[in-house]
Design a protein around this ligand. Structure first.
Ligand SMILES: [Zn+2]
Length: 298
């Protein structure tokens, strides 16, 4: 099944819901990173979580989600856009002696850490808004819900659902759900959304691969309200890396460090963190990059 999201509005349109089905996309994005199965699951959560946040945003605003933990995963960085484009990578915590788990007693795989969300214009690094919350239970969806409680005006709930094959070797589902009150929501509608538990949202997310079942479950959770589909969009991987960007990043790193890293080699190989594409920059090119006024490279 192609990865996609489906957005619904309640009648009248005061509640938005989003179903994300991203199993194939997560498999594709995991492959070049050589992630262990448990890490693919953590990566899947981060991809689906970022897509859910991006799905409710204006078309000019892309989001960058950065989750740092002390559990199985050290860090995940995901860029996602309201057009359904996504890229990202996960760094595993390979040394298991460094694993520590949730501060408040529950043992989610992320341990304790920090989740931050930035809104950027077309991934271009200008930060009109940033929100930061602790990851305290070790569960990423709980941290995203805390982010919504702290940072956004709209009452919103998210649940993530990632499943591995019985032998634990492969991701077979990466899905999620968002339920969000819009501007005109009544106090009844707000109360019903606030009353949804994380288990409700995770269960709803687990049905995101099946539109009919999702709609039925959503209606059951929200007092039999009626919903209609307003968007169904395919989700795609992207990366905007390129020789120019790699060279610009080099100049920002600083001449001394780069020249030390290069040593006497004829070129430097740089691998994009997101898509793992390799770029080469020759010693000669490095020399010329630093001999110019860096502002010309902007
Ligand atoms: Zn790339």
């Amino acid at each position: 099944m192609k990865s996609h999201w489906t957005k619904w509005l309640s009648q009248p349109g005061n509640i938005r819901t989003v179903a994300v089905e991203a199993t194939e996309l997560v498999k594709g994005l995991s492959k070049p990173q050589n992630l262990a199965a448990a890490s693919q699951a953590g990566f899947g959560e981060a991809v689906v979580g970022a897509l859910l946040i991006a799905s409710a945003h204006k078309s000019s605003e892309s989001i960058n989600m950065n989750a740092q933990g002390s559990g199985l995963f050290r860090q995940a960085i995901i860029d996602a856009s309201p057009e359904g484009r996504v890229r990202g990578f996960l760094r595993e915590q390979k040394d298991s002696s460094l694993h520590t788990f949730g501060a408040s007693g529950s043992n989610g795989p992320w341990g304790s850490g920090v989740l931050s969300v930035l809104y950027t214009k077309n991934f271009e690094g200008k930060y009109p808004y940033t929100g930061m919350v602790p990851i305290s239970t070790g569960f990423l969806d709980e941290a995203i819900n805390e982010y919504y409680r702290d940072s956004e005006q709209l009452v919103s709930k998210v649940g993530l659902f990632v499943e591995l094959t019985p032998d634990g070797r492969q991701v077979i589902a990466a899905r999620g759900a968002l339920v969000q009150a819009l501007g005109g929501a009544t106090s009844d509608e707000l109360e019903d959304i606030r009353g949804l538990s994380i288990q409700h949202l995770r269960h709803l997310g687990s049905t995101a691969d099946n539109t009919a079942v999702f709609m039925q479950e959503m209606s059951a959770l929200l007092k039999q309200r009626k919903f209609e589909v307003v968007e169904n969009k395919e989700l795609t991987a992207f990366c905007n890396c390129g020789q120019d960007r790699i060279e610009r990043a080099l100049t920002l790193t600083g001449e001394k460090d780069i020249k030390e890293a290069l040593g006497n080699e004829p070129f430097m190989t740089i691998i994009c963190d997101f898509c793992r594409k390799e770029f080469r920059v020759s010693a000669e090119r490095i020399k010329s990059l630093f001999s110019r006024d860096p502002s010309r490279l902007q």
